[in-house]
Design a protein around this ligand. Structure first.
Ligand SMILES: [Zn+2]
Length: 414
């Protein structure tokens, strides 16, 4: 590798010399292909995650501008029932723990279609959504969620606080991983936070990703992969202290961090934060060989999955997919799974139906197609919702259908 092209850490600017995993070339995982575009060229970008040996932030280089990714984003959060339940429970917890009321302001950068802020609105708590994808923001506004069509950062935060708008609660679920300008984003939250306000951020936990082979949660839209050790440094650099943390089962294992101004002495540091830091150190997250071992585990996961699929096809059985999530596309492209294995996949999101998966061109149909075609196996791509999906789709057992779950390691459910 030449030094002039050497990538640098988006937090501390150190050169990135260590690989976490290299998943080869992949298209943008949300760029579903329309039928009339199937014969056209598709751009592929490297999906290579590095880990910074100075600050421990695991990250992808920014190959594509966020404008290209997020201005017409296909992901509408409101389509997953268990995610809505999670969001409602979060709202109840925050309102009671931090005493939010009609005089408070809840701000959410990357508020999507307002699926979360709607629960604050229901309780009469003022909200402000910030969402760069125009089509998604429009859906929020139609639901009565005040939403700015903007990218969030220090500049917007200064404008808002100049207008007297500061947050009692600033929240972000799965946005921190998606911001290329990480320091600008965290600085923005610092500027927008009231003196005694609270920031909560949820993101997939790097430790769980590594321990459970969740390499399919790596895609171009996720620029950063955080351990507690790394995120603590990133917040501290902007004068924010993480005073509590929850470990959540969502997205295969996430952290919810709670941050405050470093100068705010009204909130004690919880024991949970110290415990987690110690556990990460004990798990070897400060040593580079820990990260290198992950790479080998991913390759073996691919080989085992392909073994299983090849065996099923040689037995003359049919397989269809369930779901067409972004993570599915990383898995399908990395493993080279196309219509040679999956006849089609289905998705409840009408935006995706009739389109094809990026790179692998598997047709995405309506879930009704499964009952119609009675496949022998249903391959669950959004494995983090596998219990919910197997429950909903339990009727496939009527014709002897079985489920395939690819992660952490391929497993068949009768
Ligand atoms: Zn770094």
């Amino acid at each position: 590798m030449t030094t002039d092209k050497e990538p640098r850490c988006r937090f501390c600017a150190s050169p990135l010399r260590f690989s976490l995993v290299d998943l080869g070339m992949s298209p943008l995982c949300e760029s579903y292909v329309a039928a009339d575009a199937l014969n056209q060229m598709e751009p592929f970008y490297p999906l290579h995650v590095y880990v910074c040996d100075t600050c421990l932030l695991a990250q992808l280089e920014e190959y594509v501008s966020p404008e290209a990714i997020f201005t017409e984003y296909a992901y509408f959060s409101s389509y997953a029932d268990s995610w809505l339940k999670h969001s409602k429970a979060y709202t109840d917890q925050m309102v009671s723990r931090f005493g939010l009321n009609a005089r408070s302001l809840v701000v959410e950068p990357a508020s999507n279609d307002g699926y979360l802020l709607q629960y604050f609105v229901e309780k009469g708590i003022p909200v402000l959504g910030i969402e760069p994808a125009r089509n998604v923001a429009k859906a929020a506004i139609e639901k009565g969620i005040p939403t700015l069509v903007e990218f969030f950062g220090e500049k917007l935060a200064r404008e808002l606080s100049g207008q007297g708008k500061q947050g009692d609660l600033i929240l972000g679920n799965n946005v921190l991983a998606q911001v290329p300008g990480l320091n600008d984003f965290v600085k923005g939250m610092k500027v927008l936070l009231k003196p005694r306000g609270v920031i909560t951020m949820e993101f997939p936990h790097l430790v769980r990703l590594m321990q459970e082979n969740q390499f399919d949660t790596i895609y171009h839209e996720h620029f950063s992969y955080f351990s507690f050790l790394a995120v603590e440094k990133i917040f501290a650099a902007q004068g924010l202290t993480i005073f509590d943390v929850d470990e959540l089962p969502t997205h295969g294992g996430s952290l919810r961090i709670y941050a405050k101004h470093a100068a705010d002495m009204t909130k004690p540091i919880s024991r949970r934060a110290d415990d987690l830091r110690e556990r990460e150190v004990a798990a070897g997250l400060r040593q580079m060989p820990t990260y290198a071992a992950f790479s080998e585990k991913v390759k073996e996961t691919k080989r085992k999955l392909l073994d299983c699929l090849i065996r099923i096809k040689r037995d003359g059985k049919s397989i269809c997919g369930y779901g067409a999530p972004g993570k599915g596309n990383t898995l399908l492209n990395y493993c080279g799974i196309r219509t040679d294995f999956l006849d089609f996949t289905v998705d409840r999101n009408p935006y995706k139906q009739g389109k094809f998966t990026p790179g692998t061109h598997i047709p995405i149909l309506s879930p009704a197609k499964i009952e119609e075609t009675r496949p022998d196996f249903v391959f669950i791509l959004p494995w983090n919702f596998k219990d919910e999906i197997m429950d909903q789709m339990s009727f496939i057992r009527d014709w002897g259908g079985r489920f395939i779950v690819p992660i952490p390691e391929v497993r068949i459910y009768e």
